[in-house]
Design a protein around this ligand. Structure first.
Ligand code: NAD
Length: 320
């Protein structure tokens, strides 16, 4: 099997390549050529960690495998990021393990690419202001990916822990965009596109905060019980997701569905907008992308990395 170490990923994978891989796999999912397996995600009762597996099979690209890993909230004390994962690819013809790829940077890149795909297809015409809710590790990747697909003029941001907002200010500066820290009322009123990426377990952005044509990429909620948005706001939106089964069980939609405000049948796969079988905003005031994070995203970026590593001769071969 081939091994691509975590430390090599930064030199191999670009946000552009991640975007292309994610846009293509969302299209394949909507066309019925690729499917995700049910997610396993468990609170293991040690270090407050959430651990699990996300897998799938893309018959068009012959990508088969899984990502194993999760979220360790106390890792900062060990100088490690909170997300730790490894992606395993298998030969779809034989079942033999084909590759192990470091999944930490790839998770950030594929998650940012997913919201960027949603922004490309769903942002209101002429959107100028990007609103960021969340200032953790993922937030910088999210802002960079959003700025790559749309020419925003300024960034505004809010975080439950204001001391972390320097990350947003520094990332905006790196992108040459002015940044201002605001309250949620201003954020909802002024932002044309909102990306939320926190570990919240209760609603932060309320229905009354959001005014005017807005696209919201809700990226933080990927586990039962997590929540960033008011269910009434979710119910007001035209809703897209990566995978409907995940949106209603572990995504932002879980709460609106449990309260009977939204039906699973009303949720569209983002791939339909990519494939052109769905018209996109189509006059909707609010669009929402419920980005739950699917195994096929991980496999798509890992397969690309393996290709690049082989081309550069830096994939290690290991007998198993
Ligand atoms: P991080 O630990 O670096 O930052 C955490 C963020 O959440 C910060 O903004 C922090 O202020 C906020 N936060 C922490 N505890 C909170 C609480 N109790 N209530 C409200 N906000 C709180 O984490 P990160 O790596 O930036 O990841 C952020 C979130 O994104 C996590 O929940 C993670 O599971 C999720 N995530 C989702 C996907 C996906 O595909 N959808 C992929 C990766 C990460």
């Amino acid at each position: 099997m081939l091994v691509v170490a975590e430390k090599e990923i930064g030199g191999l994978m670009t946000p552009e390549a991640a975007f292309e891989a994610i846009e293509a796999v969302f299209a394949a999912m909507d066309a019925g050529k690729a499917y995700n397996f049910p997610v396993v995600r468990e609170a293991i009762g040690h270090e407050d960690a959430l651990y699990g597996f996300k897998g799938g099979f893309d018959a068009s690209a012959l990508t088969l495998g899984l990502k194993a890993g999760g979220y360790w909230p106390n890792n900062q004390k060990r100088d490690l990021i909170n997300h730790q994962s490894t992606i395993f690819l298998f030969d779809a013809d034989t079942g033999r393990v084909a590759a192990a790829v470091g999944g930490n940077l790839l998770t950030a890149l594929r998650t940012a690419a997913a919201s960027a795909v949603s922004i490309k297809y769903l942002a209101p015409k002429g959107a100028r202001v990007l609103g960021m809710i969340g200032a953790g590790h993922q937030s910088a990747f999210q802002m960079r990916a959003a700025a790559r697909v749309h020419a925003f003029e300024r960034v505004i941001g809010w975080n439950p822990h204001p001391e972390m907002l320097t990350r947003l200010a520094e990332t905006a500066a790196e992108l040459g965009l002015p940044f201002e820290a605001v309250d949620l009322d201003r954020l909802g009123a002024e932002a044309d596109v909102i990306v939320s990426i926190t570990s919240s377990f209760s609603p932060l952005l309320m229905n009354e905060h959001v005014r005017g044509e807005t696209h919201i990429a809700a990226m933080g909620t990927d586990t039962k019980g997590k929540q960033e948005l008011d269910p009434a706001l979710v119910a007001r939106a035209k809703i897209y997701t990566d995978e409907v089964a995940q949106a209603v069980s572990i995504g932002e939609c879980q709460h609106a569905v449990a309260q009977g405000l939204v039906e699973a049948a009303a949720i569209t796969r983002l791939g339909a907008a990519v494939n052109g079988t769905d018209p996109g905003r189509d006059g909707a005031e609010i669009t929402l992308f419920d980005g739950t994070g699917v195994g096929l995203q991980d496999l798509a970026v890992a397969a690309k990395v393996v290709q690049l590593a082989q081309a550069k001769g830096i994939a290690q071969t290991v007998e198993i």
